[in-house]
Ligand binder design. Sequence first.
Ligand code: IDP
Ligand code: MG
Length: 149
Amino acid sequence: MERTLILIKPDGVQRGLIGEVIGRFERRGLRLVGMKFMQMSRELAMRHYAAHEGKPFFPGLIDYITSGPIVAMVWEGKQAIAVARKTMGITRPAEAEPGTIRGDFALEVGRNIVHGSDGPESAAGEVALYFSPEELVDWARETDRWIFE
Ligand code: IDP
Ligand code: MG
């Protein structure tokens, strides 16, 4: 099983899409193992997006991601990282497929609703940025045998 960090960004929260976004990951079959509603500090934002420091959009990205509350979640499943990114759609919403979160609800790259880890290393680092080990719940779901072979 793989774990991935998913954020509902401030635009997703402000637009009332928390339930919609959670529902899509839930219906896909991923298993929720951690969740919190929080305000991201600039310090956390800079750490989260450290890989983008120096890029022209970086200051705007930090302003955007700290502009209101977010929902931080950890979802688990086989190939959870890749599956979550498919469910989100590609980074630029204008090019994202309909049926994806970004393809259904967003138009601009700087307002693209969700974040998802992009690989096993970044996922482990990002999960640890937002959650302590005690905040993540190991549990078996009654429907797991209908979702996982
Ligand atoms: P990802 O969120 O799909 O992994 P990344 O390339 O890692 O995409 O970029 C991180 C975030 O930075 C994007 O989701 C988006 O919010 C923002 N971003 C990326 N490129 C641009 C840009 O060209 N203009 C404005 N914001 C951008
Ligand atoms: Mg990324």
